[in-house]
Design a protein around this ligand. Structure first.
Ligand SMILES: [Zn+2]
Length: 308
């Protein structure tokens, strides 16, 4: 009898414990941003990188994760390096809700998003600061969304995710003006993980904002030896001063981050011997990048060549 009860308990709790985790994939999409967050079986995509990431994202969602829908899609702002791959994501699976700082934008890529969203009946909603959503047991709070910002970057939806006692902030390309607005808003900014604004550019990451967030970990998404010199040395120096551990998609590939609600762990796609706190401006030659394959995490179908 005890055995039967033990088995029953196992079956009762197995599916729950199997999902009791939040996973964030910071994809290596070259120069751009794309992340996917899974929590308790629910899924959110935050940006889709440039159009060149389309095939990789489509395959990852369909073949690796075998998803049949997304709960949320966030288009932080309508720049090509953030929304270029989103039409492919909408092609891969239906999406329940799309958040964007604008309902329309004069670009072919945004019109594609509107077209696919319309065909699926997925609403494109402009959120308000302070709005909250649930992704499984995680809470998503909108920290910033500025429709008529002076720069397209400053339109960026900035959101925080709280899961247990762990927290994450995704900034899109929000610049210093937005950062000061967020500090003034009084919304909670302290977080464990920061997706660094605007690929590590000095247009973002003011000392005041970084001190308010005081991240234990920072992830910078940018292309290797990109023409912008991202991440900029000043940003890396500021993060070093805060003793923040830095991860970079240009040097380490896709970064997988997991939270069990209490502790956070990181698994970069590959190791690097390069200095993570050195801007590519300071690096003159390619150095060896040790490959540490984690194919079992990506599956066989999603080749990294797709993400160029
Ligand atoms: Zn960008």
């Amino acid at each position: 009898m005890k055995k039967i009860i033990a088995l029953l308990l196992l079956f009762l709790f197995l599916p729950i414990s199997a999902f009791a985790e939040l996973t964030v994939y910071f994809f290596d999409v070259g120069q751009g941003d794309a992340a996917l967050v899974r929590c308790d079986g629910e899924t959110m995509v935050i940006d889709g990188g440039p159009a060149s990431a389309s095939q990789f994202l489509y395959s990852f969602i369909r073949n690796t994760l075998k998803l049949d829908h997304l709960d949320y899609m966030i288009a932080t702002h309508p720049h090509e390096d953030h929304i270029g791959g989103l039409p492919a994501v909408l092609n891969a699976v239906p999406v329940d809700l799309i958040l964007s700082p604008t309902e329309s934008w004069d670009s072919d890529r945004f019109r594609d998003i509107e077209k696919y969203a319309d065909a699926q009946g997925a609403p494109i909603i402009v959120p308000d600061e302070g709005d909250a959503l649930h992704l499984g047991e995680a809470t998503i709070t909108i920290l910033h969304c500025w429709f008529d910002a002076w720069t397209t970057n400053d339109m960026s939806i900035v959101l925080r995710i709280d899961y247990g006692t762990t927290s994450f902030i995704f900034t899109g390309d929000a610049e210093y003006t937005s950062e000061y607005m967020m500090i003034d808003s009084g919304l909670p900014l302290a977080a464990d993980v920061l997706k660094v604004g605007h690929h590590g550019s000095t247009t973002s990451s003011t000392t005041e904002f970084l001190e308010a967030v005081h991240p234990k970990y920072a992830v910078i998404s940018c292309g290797k030896y990109n023409g912008y010199g991202h991440p900029h040395q000043e940003t890396l120096d500021s993060l070093k001063k805060l003793n923040t551990e830095v991860f970079r998609t240009d040097l380490q590939g896709t970064i997988i981050c997991r939270s069990d609600g209490e502790t956070i762990s990181f698994l970069p796609e590959r190791e690097t011997e390069e200095d993570l706190f050195a801007s590519p401006r300071m690096q003159t030659e390619e150095s060896d990048v040790k490959t540490n394959p984690i194919e079992e995490l990506f599956g066989e179908e999603s080749s990294r060549e797709d993400a160029q």
